[in-house]
Each structure stands twice: as C-alpha cells, then as structure tokens.
Design a protein around this ligand. Sequence first.
Ligand code: AVJ
Ligand code: FE
Length: 419
Amino acid sequence: MSRGEPRSADGYRCQIALTAESPLQDRIADRLAEARERTLELVESLSEEQLNRVYSPILSPLAWDLGHIANFEELWLVQTIGDREPMRGELGQLYDAIENPRKIRNELPILRGDDLRSYMSEVRQRTLDVLDDLNLDETDDPILRDGFVYELILAHEYQHNETMLQLLQMVESYEPVRRDDGPASEPGSDGPDMVRVDGGSVQIGAGPNGYAYDNERPRHAVELAPFWIDRTPVTNGAFAQFVDETGAEPPEYWERDGEGGWTRTTMGRTEAVDPALPVIHVDWHQADAFATWAGKRLPTEFEWEAAALGADPERANLDQLAFGCAPAGALADGAADCGAVQMLGDVWEWTASDFERYPGFEAFPYPEYSEVFFGPEHKVLRGGAWASRRDVIRTSFRNWDLPQRSQIFSGLRCAREDR
Ligand code: AVJ
Ligand code: FE
C-alpha cells in the first residue's frame, strides 16, 4: 500500500479481504499458517534445554510461550467458536498468564518436547476443522463478524513472537535461521531536530470498522495545543552523552568498553554501540530523565498519535527479520504528515501517559486483555519496534508496560511546548 492511498474510511487496513480468488476462510487459514511458520522459525535453532531454560525471572521460558499460544488458540477457535470440550483437561490453567507469574512458569507441568509439538499441531487441525464448518459471511455475532476472533488469535501469536524475541536477546549464540535487512533504510534524511504539530481537535483511536483491540476504542476527539516533537527517535549517541554527563543508568545490554565508550551484547554477540541507531531497551524512568535533561518532555500518547498521522507501516522497520534498528532518520518515505520519521517500527516509544480507558470503553471480547491493566501503574508505549510483526502495528495501537521494564524493545522521542 502506498502512502496517501486511502486505507478505509477509518484509516485502517482491512486485513481479511473477501475476494473471488481468496475466500475469507482460505485467507484466514493461510494467515494462521504463516503466523505459525514464523513462531516456529524463531525457535528452530534452539535445543530443548534452551526452550525450557529460565533466562530471566521477568520472562517466560520459550516452551511456555509456545504452549500458551496454542492453548489460547484452542480456547477461542476450538472451544469457544467450535463448542468443543478442552483437549487436555485442565491444561488451560497452566497457560493462564494472569494466574501464573512469569518466574514460576518453568516449575509448572507445562508441555515440553514432542508432546508440545503434537499439541500445537492437534489444536491447529481442530481449528481448521471448525473454520471449515463456519459461515463467516452470514453472521451477526460480533466475535465472528469480519473474522474478528481470528484476527484476535493472529494478533496474540504475533505479540507473543515479540515476547519470545525479548528472551532471545539473552540467548547466547542464538542464530536466527533467516534474516532480512527488511525495508532498506534508504532513503535516509536530514532535517531539523524537531517538527511542529498543529494540534486542535484530533481524532484519537480506532473507528468502528476493521480489526483493533478494545483499548483503542471508541474513537474520540481530543483537544491538543500545538507542540513540537523530535523528528527521529533519540539516538544511542545522544543517550550516551546523557549517561556520561549525569551518571544515569545505561540502557539494558550496554557495558563500558574500557576506553570511554560502550558495547552492547545481545544474542551472545558483543558490538560497539552505534551512535547513529535509535536507543533501545531503556525503561520509562530513563526515558523521562533523558527528556528532562534535553530540556524537553515525553509526548502524551495523544500527541504521539497526532504526530504519527500519515506514517506508512509498509515503510517502517517492522516484522522482526532485520533483527535490529535502522539508523535514526531512515525510511524517510514512510514519514508522518508532520515530517517525523520512524514513528512506526524500530523502537517502541515511551509516552508520558498512563494506560487508561478511553471514554465509553467496552471490554471486548474479554476483560483480561486490556481492562485489568488500566491504571497508573502502566505507561503507554506507541509505534511498534523492529521486533513487532507488521500486521499488529497501526498508529492507534497502544502497548503498555511497567515503568521499570527495559527488556522490551523500548526507546523514545521527546516533545516540547510551542513557544
Ligand atoms: C500488550 C504486550 C502488554 O504481553 O502482556 C499477550 C500482550 N496479551 N497475551 C502482554 C498479550 C495477552 C500484552 N502486551
Ligand atoms: Fe498471551
């Protein structure tokens, strides 16, 4: 999709299109297969021991993610939609993310080895059987309309891929089976440090049509004063200067190189920190302190969304296979209308906002996705990172996390008042 081409009335891509060559059901089956291929590809080079090892108390062992992905699929696409009994009794309890904190997940009798693989493929077989028997074109059920529940399950698998990639950063000698430089970073760009956004009455959130999470709805108007926002994400170079001047904590995975510079170690490989790349793996407190040091502040999530208007997700470093960021200023042809580049992709951007419900919010299809997380303890991140699958990222997408988290693919860009 090229820039400027209308996506739909609401600005969303309709991801499941009904066409003569590709009936809705076939299209869904293909996308489910593609999602699973990617999931398995990410772990293909790992041993059983690596799949089950706890690398960090705040991350699940990879085997848990795999079982959870399949169990969530069974819960919705087999049990709920297909009205079938659970395949393995009480298995669902082990994979309930809210009941089982990440640090205890390896102590649970979760599925492992061949048992895990066969459960994943048996669930998929049943999902396809159920899908075959549905009539998606003539349904009034909001969970089925436009394939909603299938989009939900796809998005869930995509999001767990990103969690898996967080852990893979810690796996020594991890070797991806496939890399792709992704969208070439060209054209690069030069420009002012900051660009102005007019403000006024801005429509925030996802409209009624097309797939979006409940927390992105309803779309509503927000009044914004004019403001300025950084044209690019904050770079490693700028962040290193902040750390050197203030003694602030460096980003996750950074170490002193002994000569006044920094190295970065991920997936078992140590490299010099590249000053031109966006800074990544900083927590909210580091991001906020950087902004203050720079004489600026973090944007609110509404300012971020207003600034992101017009950003092209096809010209963004998303979809994982680059296994890292493009230089700040890259992908200028995907720029937002205000001139900011890389609003989508590369790094999640911390905002000043707490994760709160939009006025008129309704939990759908279940309160445990978003509603239980609303409140001042979670901060909103926007825009997606290199590690996010493209199909789950849009300008209205809201990610959230605890402010002390830095294992996520998080960076920032700053804002300031118009003065
Ligand atoms: C939106 C990334 C915070 O990982 O907890 C995965 C996504 N929700 N399974 C998370 C999610 C249910 C969620 N985040
Ligand atoms: Fe989940």
